[in-house]
Ligand binder design. Structure first.
Ligand SMILES: Nc1ncnc2c1ncn2[C@@H]1O[C@H](COP(=O)(O)OP(=O)(O)OP(=O)(O)O)[C@@H](O)[C@H]1O
Ligand SMILES: [Mg+2]
Length: 465
């Protein structure tokens, strides 16, 4: 997952989480405090009703004619019938003595009674129940002269307005949170882009470094990223200096060695060809000639590389048929393959054209072919194919040799790197790096596929012209 996406998702996750917590918490708090207000209002109303009720009750208890409870309820209702949407009076046996709805006394009917509510009130405290239809049944105990809870006065009110307000508040909260989350998403997108932009730039710079392109990293910031850029610049300068020094050193040594080596090679060849009597001596001269030839090859390759490094040489580039160049290489190297009884199978298509320098390209093909022979076991099999596929000219050389471990596939393309199991044959580890630089010089690429013990395929890909 990309850094910017991860940043964005983390922002989103934490903002949604915190908003959900805040919304739940605010919702609960508003509900709680609003309900306290309703409760308070109901209590105030209850106190007034209780006073009026008791006044009537006192009058009754003083009067000489003891009227029954239903007459009392009627009188109370006459005074308090408009105290709520509905009012009811119960005696201490939970019997409904009378009720009024919308300010009108109701004489018959059996409304739903919340008995537990009345029972609670009879214990001496206010008690209320809220129904599904948003009705609050608020029950008030009424004491007689002997301080007994003799009656319960119940006020029923519609508090649906409270739930409507709560719904509206919830809606506003959710809309607000949604808007805020959109804002946070947009701003975190902006922040993520802004943060990753210099990181991407630094990443590109390191990619260039790995290709030995040490361009200056320009990042005018005073924070950690700016410091990282400055550090990269320092590293680039040091690395470049070191690589240039190394290349210069190799170039100087190669130049210095070239002339004496040519002399050694000439003399050893002369000695080898002139010695016909002493077999041991002839063997030594043969060895001498062989080694000096190998060293000459190495020096020549180093000189080609150092010419590439300096990039001063203007190469002659012509349109060449890669199949023809490959044919030529196979012809030259066939004796070497035959020495190891290696069978060469070819499939060379006509007209595999590419813009290359003939000498260098031949050198590259020969190097790959040389490896295929060197790292094949005796009696092996090498297949050479050329083709033009979708604007790409391809030379593919496959062997059934020792193979290269997948961890070393890229390292073998570095100068002087030889794979662990390469002691089967002599070499300096320069061939492949040279091939790579040659094909890259002609805008191509080198691709190696290999499996230990199964074989190796090396493809040289060039733009088909
Ligand atoms: N066809 C192959 N099969 C197995 N290993 C290979 C093959 N080609 C290259 N290698 C491995 O890659 C390493 C690098 O190859 P490269 O051609 O650069 O060097 P070299 O063959 O050792 O020496 P040079 O080519 O300079 O004489 C070799 O040492 C060898 O370990
Ligand atoms: Mg080689």
């Amino acid at each position: 997952m990309k850094y910017a996406t991860r940043l964005l998702l983390s922002y989103l996750f934490f903002s949604i989480l915190s908003f959900s917590i805040i919304i739940i918490w605010v919702n609960k708090a508003i509900e709680h405090y609003s309900f306290i207000t309703i409760e308070k209002q109901m209590m105030e109303k209850a106190d007034i009703c209780e006073l009026s009720f008791r006044e009537i009750l006192t009058r009754y208890e003083k009067s000489t004619t003891q009227a029954d409870a239903s007459v009392l309820a009627k009188d109370v209702l006459e005074v308090l019938k408009a105290s709520g949407r509905e009012v009811r009076i119960y005696n201490n046996n939970l019997k409904l003595l009378g009720s009024a709805a919308n300010g009108i006394e109701v004489y018959n009917g059996s409304p739903k009674i919340y008995r537990s509510n009345i029972k609670n009130a009879l214990k001496g405290n206010y008690s209320y129940t809220v129904t599904n239809k948003s009705l609050i049944y608020f029950a008030i105990p009424i004491q007689d002269n002997y301080y007994q809870n003799a009656y319960v006065f119940e006020i029923v009110e519609d508090i649906s307005y409270f739930y409507d307000i709560m719904d509206k508040i919830r809606f506003i909260l959710i809309i607000g949170a949604g808007g805020f989350i959109i804002l946070i998403t947009l701003s975190s997108l902006y922040i993520a882009r802004r943060t990753t932009k210099p990181i991407k730039y630094l990443l590109k710079a390191t990619e260039k470094f790995s290709k030995q392109q040490f361009d200056r990293v320009e990042l005018k910031r005073k924070d950690e990223l700016g410091m990282l850029a400055a550090g990269l610049n320092q590293m680039g300068i040091k690395l470049n200096e070191y690589i240039q020094y190394q290349k210069q050193f190799i170039s100087n040594v190669s130049h210095e060695l070239k002339t004496p080596l040519a002399a050694i090679r000439g003399f050893s060849q002369y000695l080898y060809e002139g010695e016909n009597e002493d077999k041991d001596l002839k063997k030594i001269y043969f060895h001498l000639e062989n080694e000096s030839e190998r060293l000459t090859k190495l020096i020549n390759e180093l000189l080609i590389l150092s010419r590439f490094d300096k990039a001063t040489s203007e190469l002659n580039i012509d349109k060449e048929d890669l199949s023809e160049l490959t044919k030529h290489v196979i012809k030259e190297m066939k004796p070497k393959a035959e020495e190891k009884e290696i069978l060469i199978e070819t499939d060379l298509k006509n007209g595999v054209w590419a813009d290359v320098n003939k000498i260098l390209m031949t050198h590259a093909i020969a190097n790959i072919f040389d490896n295929a022979i060197k790292y094949s076991n005796a009696g092996g099999h090498i297949r050479v194919e050329t083709s033009a596929v979708q604007n790409t000219a391809v030379i593919k050389i496959s062997d059934q040799g020792i193979g290269i471990h997948k961890n070393e596939l890229f390292m073998v393309q570095e100068r002087f790197y030889r794979a662990e199991n390469s002691n089967l044959a002599k070499g300096s580890g320069l061939g492949l790096s040279l091939c790579k630089e040659i094909v890259e010089k002609f805008n191509g690429q080198l691709i190696i596929e290999s499996e230990i013990g199964v074989g190796t395929s090396v493809s040289l890909l060039l733009p088909f012209v």
